[in-house]
Write a protein of this length. Structure first.
Length: 313
């Protein structure tokens, strides 16, 4: 299968720069193949920006980065109309959002007004400036990062905007061996400086079409619905996952199946990205937080309590 071959080549290419993050790459590419967007939440310096750049170079697509700051304006992202004296008309100058992979670094450091400028683009693949609509590229993919430790001077994302992200992923620190490999790989220069596009011949639209054709058995649909329904009837949760969450979970399972080289979904595909797809969509009750119970803990309990379906292939 083409998706499997491309991912294996991509994983090999990315490993030249980012060590030991094959599972994280798989989850990011799952969101990309499903036309979703990713929120990378982790401490500084673990390779969030480098991961985005490496993927873009490997796939041969455009990449732009925006550093979120309190004085960042919506037009700094979307672009704006500027009057051309020679032509005597307003000309639209596109902002950095008009790219394939857009990295919004530290998204919670900019104001809600600017954060909301991303909403239309993420949901509808278009932006509207002065009443005129401009379409995004077919491969438009937002990777937003935020630091979960430092909250001073930040603007936390509202639940409605967090729900727009297909996945919320943590990179995590590298293990000792992988960190040693990182140090050795940068003796003279950074490996990303010599990184090249994948040699394998492929079209990104073909990869996405292959994911859409992955077969999903009725028992898998029922499994997903049961998981989501239990989040809505859980005493520890103030709010469970929405239908957007269940749709994302099925889509992610199909992408994982394609990456693994199968044309059908199995329960393990659902479980692989469950926490990244669903946990950030759950709102915990205050008393749940006081008990130090996390959304991840709740999802673990739900999985343990549901019978794993049998898929007849």
């Amino acid at each position: 299968m083409l998706v499997k071959d491309v991912f294996e080549a991509l994983d090999k290419n990315v490993s030249l720069v980012i060590k030991g993050k094959s599972e994280v790459l798989k989850k990011i590419m799952t969101a990309f193949l499903c036309d979703g967007h990713v929120l990378l939440e982790d401490v500084p310096g673990v390779g969030k920006t480098m991961m985005a750049r490496t993927i873009a170079i490997s796939l041969g697509i455009d990449f732009k980065r925006v550093q979120a700051t309190p004085d960042l304006l919506p037009t700094d992202i979307t672009g704006l109309n500027i009057f051309d004296r020679q032509k005597e008309e307003f000309i639209f100058h596109k902002g950095p959002i008009f790219t394939d992979i857009l990295l919004v670094d530290e998204i919670n450091r900019t104001t809600p007004k600017t954060q909301s400028a991303l909403l239309e683009a993420m949901a509808e693949s278009q932006v509207t400036v002065d009443g005129k609509t401009y379409k995004m590229t077919d491969n438009f993919f937002v990777i937003a990062t935020q630091n979960p430790i430092e909250y001073e001077g930040t603007f936390p994302l509202p639940e409605a905007q967090i729900d727009r992200f297909f996945m919320k992923i943590s990179m995590g620190y590298p293990g000792k061996l992988n960190e040693l490999l990182v140090l050795k790989s940068q003796k003279t220069s950074h490996p990303i400086n010599s990184l090249e596009k994948l040699k394998i011949d492929f079209d990104i639209n073909d990869l996405k079409e292959e994911v859409k054709k992955i077969r999903v058995d009725d028992t898998i649909y029922e499994y997903v619905v049961e998981i989501i329904d239990r989040t809505r009837h859980n005493d520890l949760l103030y709010l469970g996952a929405s239908p957007r969450g269940s749709l994302a979970l099925v889509q992610s399972a199909k992408a994982i199946a394609a990456i693994e080289g199968r044309n059908y979904v199995i329960p393990d595909d659902v479980k692989f990205c469950l926490k990244e797809v669903i946990a950030h969509r759950l709102i915990l009750k205050p008393e749940t937080k006081l008990k130090r119970i996390t959304a991840s803990n709740i999802l673990d309990d739900i999985l343990d309590d549901i019978k794993i379906p049998y898929v007849n292939n």
